[in-house]
Write a protein that binds this ligand. Structure first.
Ligand SMILES: [Zn+2]
Length: 261
């Protein structure tokens, strides 16, 4: 903002009640012109405006709307406890999709294929979600998430079984991540947590639908196995960049294990 400009230049400031003409004509900082409460409001407006601009960017804004679903999951941005400075810096770069992967123009001197496997274009989504070089780490991450959820459910009195093999109605094999039920209730839950690279806001619902289609044909097998009357299937997406979708939070609330994350 140029020195001396008023709220007229920023209609959003006027909307939140900052109508006074600033006393200082050449402030060093726009925020110096207002009191603490006003400053808080101004920061809020600027933050929301920046977030909106970011989320509208075609490439760098992919999936960022998921960050607003559960904001406590973003606190690592301010407090990087548990991460070294370089890890934290890389995490920030990944969140803005500006990591130095080969698919970024000017970041490779020749091929834009993955530097590890040479099979696909090296995008951040490919590196984090599909490159065979990271498979072991991805499996470990998935198992960690699964056992956090399973432990939270056990602590709430559920009977929980993990990695259970089953047979679908067409005779093919299935392996569910978690099945949980709380005796004497005869309702069970098949839960399939999946870490997925964020791409758009409705991705969690799509993942849920995808998982439902996979496991629905095996419901009768699990009903017989655990003597249940009904089973609800839930696919839970967790963002590869660390976002926690509202869908997951609501699910945890519904099973009374909100303290999972
Ligand atoms: Zn690769």
């Amino acid at each position: 903002m140029s020195p001396g400009s008023s709220t007229e230049s920023y209609p959003a400031f006027a909307q939140i009640g900052l109508r006074k003409t600033p006393e200082k004509t050449h402030p060093a900082n726009i925020l110096d012109k207002y009191g603490t409460e006003d400053t808080r409001k101004v920061r809020q407006v600027l933050r929301e405006k920046a977030f909106e601009n970011w989320s509208q960017k075609k490439h760098k804004g992919k999936g960022v709307l998921l960050y607003q679903h559960y904001t406590p999951a973003n606190k690592w941005i301010r407090n990087h406890k548990g991460l070294s400075c370089s890890e934290w810096r890389e995490a920030i770069k990944m969140n803005a999709n500006v990591s130095a992967v080969h698919s970024v123009p000017g970041r490779s001197s020749g091929s834009n294929l993955c530097r590890r496997c040479d099979r696909e274009v090296e995008t951040l989504a490919y590196v984090l979600g599909a490159c065979p070089h990271g498979e072991l780490l991805r499996n470990t991450r998935h198992h960690t998430v699964r056992s956090i959820i399973a432990t939270a459910l056990r602590n709430k009195g559920y009977s929980v079984y993990e990695e259970v093999h089953g047979i679908s109605s067409e005779g093919s094999n299935r392996r569910i991540d978690i099945i949980a039920f709380k005796p004497p209730s005869l309702e069970g839950y098949i839960i399939d947590p999946t870490v997925r690279f964020e791409s758009h806001e409705h991705q969690p619902e799509e993942v849920h639908e995808e998982k439902r289609n996979i496991y629905e044909p095996s419901i009768s097998f699990y009903k017989d196995k655990y003597h249940l009357e009904s089973i609800v299937i839930t696919g839970l997406m967790i963002g590869a960049l660390g976002t926690i979708p509202r869908f997951l939070v609501d699910f945890c609330k519904s099973l009374a294990c909100i303290k999972v994350f």
